[in-house]
Ligand binder design. Sequence first.
Ligand code: GLP
Length: 286
Amino acid sequence: MEIVIRPDAEAATDLVARVIAKELRDNPRLVMGLATGRTMESVYSRLVQMHREAGLDFSGCHTFNLDEYVGLSGSHRNSYRHYMNHNLFLNVNVDLRNTHLPNGAAADIEAECERYEKLIAECGGIDLQLLGIGLAGHLGFNEPVSSLRSRTRIKVLSPLTRAQNAPLFTSPNEMPRRAITMGVGTILEARCCLLLATGEDKAEIVARAIEGPVTSMISATALQFHPHCVVVLDEEAASQLQETDYYRWIFENEPQWQLYRDQSNVAHLGGRPAKPAGRKKEVAPV
Ligand code: GLP
């Protein structure tokens, strides 16, 4: 796991968007795993900006979202399909047919979960999985005591998750009690995981997820098993970590992060960053 700490939420978001943009430029047929939630809104807004101002091309990529509420069709304004369409898909040149979310309104949910897993496999698996973290420490909707080997399935949402997400509903009582979510095992199969957390309210759960013992009580701790996981935090979300000096030292010294340390590259948004004179091409951090 690599931990990158940026001064504020904007800088953390910017770094995540630039990593995604670089991966997309390097592999236009990238299979992306996507997440929802308030934190991701600014990532998507940045990607839309990169598409508009620097021609970041989404036309060849495929996307798979982590989760969807059970009982909400894609046209419901609080569905994650609606969220994705309005925050990203309809604002870039992705082919909507290549964007996938579990169907929360499916008559046979079990069959829908199987279909979703099969579809991911048929696409060759997920190259880059974007992740947020809920206050309950969940990835997707893998609530406490989710099996760390679980696959896409239905989960009952915890009271903490309901409290966190209900305010996002037009009428909070309408929030479904269950969701379809990729399993922890499904997520761990992504070739690379990229988690973003910002703000002080995430500090405690971030510290437990990164530096605490692996436990099914906090599904994000399973990322400690992942061979290629990058966690991007702002100072507030990093404030309860023990080893911040060490994480900063790594970021300052790892050649693979050079591209992201060099502020002169920021101006290039989603376009091809300027190659530093006389230096070999850097290895992509993800
Ligand atoms: C929801 C999603 C999670 C996401 C979490 C964080 O619960 N299912 O995938 O990580 O929200 O939300 P926020 O960014 O609003 O804190």
